[in-house]
Design a protein around this ligand. Structure first.
Ligand code: IPM
Ligand code: MG
Length: 361
């Protein structure tokens, strides 16, 4: 099979981790008889430095022309990088929001898994972490506060900022369907998270989710208020299977969930539209402080590449091979600095990529 992949190395550790993911994909191609065709595009600070904008129309066209996009990370140090002296719509993050909207990537899948080999890194009490957890946050990605009208005005000499949170029922329905579909392939439980005790958008969310649930009689649906969900994630994370939620709540809860795993350097993500197309990226950021030192953990990006093989290309066997390679390498005790613990062997970014390639035979 020919796989047309547009890559966004991006900023900070992005280029290093994308390199390792390409290495692993090349090994998959060799072993399973595929052909990987890559095209790199610029986004974020890397694009600002060359084009003055975080994402050009040509780059969007290149992304659209591919079967899938594999991304590293974008952005820099917000206090020291000159990128953050620019107006907000020209900063690195604006490129990410623009590509999400341009490619209609409304469904953001963020798995948060406690790897048994890394259980020591989990910051929760042992009796809680012993239960283990494997949840998936399904975050709406192209609506809500992120894309509502916003402005800052002056009223009678007083500055006033306005952000608007809008959802229509179609936007809610399509993400809810994705959430229930994926729950059918997992433990068949959806926790829909909202703030229906205060927000109209949440009340509509709840109504539409309930309508969609009728088509999935095997799936158990529960509703949870977002503030309670934030507590439950640290109190009893094992209760969750699929968390279905709107853009802003999903942004916050997915950071919390990933922290609770203790190994954010391991977590992949996928952003999908209603075709097989997807943008795949690690859940972590660009870590500018460790960029270029060959110490970043490439596993989240490599697992994102596995998600790409699974969701865009339906190559389940190949995706399994990558995920099994990761488990096996952890079992053998190899760790990058972020997940290092006593008695393990510390390796750099490149070496981790090489070790994973060796596991794929
Ligand atoms: C994320 C990030 C982005 C978001 C930022 C970089 C705009 O935090 O992907 O979670 O808020 O969506
Ligand atoms: Mg975030």
């Amino acid at each position: 099979m020919k796989l047309n992949i547009t890559c966004i190395p991006g900023d900070g550790i992005g280029p290093e981790i994308v390199n390792e993911a390409k290495k692993v994909l090349d090994k998959i191609a060799l072993v399973y008889g595929h052909e990987m065709i890559y095209k790199d595009i610029l986004m974020g600070g890397a694009s600002i430095d060359v084009h003055g904008v975080p994402l050009t129309d040509e780059a969007i066209a290149d992304a659209k022309a591919a079967d899938a996009v594999l991304m590293g990370s974008i952005g820099g140090d917000t206090t020291t990088s000159p990128w953050y002296q620019l107006p907000p719509n020209l900063r690195p993050e604006a490129g990410l929001l623009k590509i999400r909207k341009a490619l209609n990537l409304f469904a953001n899948l963020r798995p948060a898994i406690l790897y048994s080999e890394l259980a020591d890194a989990c910051p929760l009490r042992k009796d809680i972490s012993d239960a283990g957890f494997d949840m998936l946050i399904m975050r709406e990605l192209t609506g809500g506060l992120y894309f509502g009208e916003r402005k800052t005005i002056e009223e009678n000499g007083v500055l006033k900022a306005i952000d608007t949170l809008t959802y229509d029922e179609n936007e809610i329905r399509r993400i809810a369907i994705k959430g229930f579909d994926i729950a059918m392939k997992r433990k068949k439980k959806v926790t829909s998270v909202d703030k229906a005790n205060v927000l109209d958008s949440s009340r509509l969310w709840r109504k539409v989710v309930e309508e969609v649930a009728k088509d999935y009689p095997e799936v158990t649906l529960e509703h949870m208020l977002v503030d309670n969900c934030a507590m439950q994630l640290v109190k009893d994370p094992a209760q969750f299977d699929v968390i279905l939620t709107e853009n802003m709540f999903g942004d916050i809860l997915s950071d919390e969930a990933s922290m609770v795993t203790g190994s954010i350097g391991m977590l992949a993500s996928a952003s999908l539209n209603d075709t097989k197309f997807g943008l795949y990226e690690p859940s972590h950021g660009s870590a500018p402080d460790i960029a270029g030192k060959d110490i970043a953990n490439p596993i989240a990006t490599i697992l994102s590449a596995a998600m790409m093989l699974r969701y865009t290309f339906d190559l389940d066997k190949e995706a399994d091979a990558i995920e099994n390679a990761v488990k096996s390498i952890l079992k053998k005790g190899y760790r990058t600095g972020d997940i290092m613990s006593e008695g393990c062997t510390k390796v750099g970014c490149k070496q981790m990529g090489d070790l994973l390639c060796e596991e794929i035979q």
